[in-house]
Design a protein around this ligand. Structure first.
Ligand code: LLP
Length: 385
């Protein structure tokens, strides 16, 4: 056993595969419950898009969190894992009719609505089902976040949400609709955010908007601030549980919640990133003209984050204690972007060594594809093996 991995148990498993450390997941969930539980009205949802593995979902359900879904498929996965419909919120700029109908039929807590045409369709479909849809409006707060350009979502130029200047007219419209119940506002400024000042900026903006609405006697029952809390990809062992205390305390001190108001969160990455690793086997060590390549049997089809966002994931050779050597760690896919890391130090590697790509529990397995006719990666939890 090297570090956190049961290497002997890995030997017989076909690579590549994801390995989920369920004890770490349970500890992470306990920390979320402890820190959020200190503040009245705080309700935490898990953003299913980060990882929809059934065992992971069941574990999160057992901890009592709600879920944030962005598709009919995610709603189905959440219901199957045992989440009750009242704990589901449903977001997304492009909800199809069948997905809206599914949410209405199940009786989900809230549709996070992103446009007037969408609101009209929800009203119409709710009327057909003779039911009332609870809605919150996703407002684009025009707040930047210090993160990768592809995962910042709260700027005026992004496709997400309703512009602030339209907020009141959209709410007025909702209030006039028979099959709609307006309950709140929804925001999400981006992902992998580590600077609490970004969340503070969102709080300040929400405070302004709430004052504005109150001056027009519009009452908001719940505020949903989305997700976005980041993790430390550099130190998956040392900082395996994100700083939930600072995160929730920031909202508790900076956001002026009204008496009885609910504050919803939708955390994805912070819940599951650190408990997951992608395990691959070294196929070949190739001496290139200028550098050494460690060619592994996992590729960008199994974990696309490095290729798509130039994301850093710590990589370890868990089979070797030999001195460190520099490698480019690359996969077998026929794309030059199929590179996990360039010139990183690994314990000297040989054919057959197991390589662990860390902090891969979020946006890993769920973003896998079958490009090159590859099989989807397997996933094992520490409870099962
Ligand atoms: N709520 C909404 C409305 C979102 O759009 C997202 C993520 C979340 C919650 C959860 O955010 P988190 O707590 O995980 O930061 N594939 C990218 C991340 C895309 C995030 C999309 N939205 C990656 O691998 O970095």
């Amino acid at each position: 056993m090297k570090g956190i991995f049961p290497i002997e148990k890995f030997q017989s498993l076909r690579t590549p595969f994801y390995y989920y450390d369920m004890d770490l997941l349970r500890e992470t969930l306990a920390s979320i419950n402890q820190e959020a539980g200190k503040h009245e009205g705080f309700i935490v949802h898990y953003a299913v898009k980060a990882n929809a593995n059934p065992s992971v979902l069941r574990c999160i359900k057992q901890a009592g969190l709600g879920v944030d879904c962005v598709s009919g498929g995610e709603i189905e996965a959440a219901l199957k894992a045992g989440f009750s419909a009242e704990k589901i919120v449903f977001a997304g700029v492009g909800k199809s009719d069948w997905e809206i109908n599914l949410g209405l039929k199940a009786g989900i807590h809230c549709f996070n609505v992103e446009s007037i045409p969408e609101l009209e369709v929800i009203n119409e479909l709710a009327a057909q089902q003779n039911t009332i849809a609870q809605v919150a409006f996703r407002i684009n707060p025009d707040v930047g976040a210090h993160t990768h350009a592809n995962i910042t979502t709260g700027l005026a130029e992004n496709k997400f949400g309703i512009a602030m200047r339209d907020m009141e007219s959209v709410i007025e419209l909702a209030l006039s609709m028979k099959n709609i119940r307006f309950i709140g506002l929804h925001f999400h400024i981006g992902s992998q955010i580590l600077d609490m000042a970004d969340f503070q900026a969102l709080c300040n903006r929400i405070n302004e908007l709430q004052n504005q609405l109150e001056s027009h006697r519009i009452i908001v029952k719940s505020i949903n601030v989305g997700g976005g809390l980041g993790v430390d990809y550099q130190h998956p062992n040392r900082l395996s549980i994100p700083d939930f205390k600072s995160y929730f305390d920031t909202y508790a001190t900076k956001l002026k919640l009204r008496p009885g108001q609910e504050l919803h969160f939708e955390l994805g990455r912070a819940v599951v990133a650190q408990m997951g690793s992608l395990l691959a086997r070294t196929l070949y060590i190739k001496e290139g003209a200028k550098k050494k390549f460690c060619i592994v049997d996992a590729g960008m089809t199994d974990l696309i984050r490095p290729a798509l966002y130039q994301a850093y994931h710590k990589i370890e050779n868990i089979s070797s204690d030999e001195p460190m050597e520099a490698y480019d760690v690359v996969g077998p896919i026929c794309e030059s972007s199929d590179v996990f890391a360039k010139q990183i130090d690994l314990n000297k590697a040989k054919r057959g060594d197991l390589i662990a790509i860390r902090s891969a529990g979020a946006y890993g397995e769920i973003m896998a594809s079958q490009y090159n006719c590859r099989q989807l990666p397997q996933a094992y939890t520490s409870d099962d093996i």
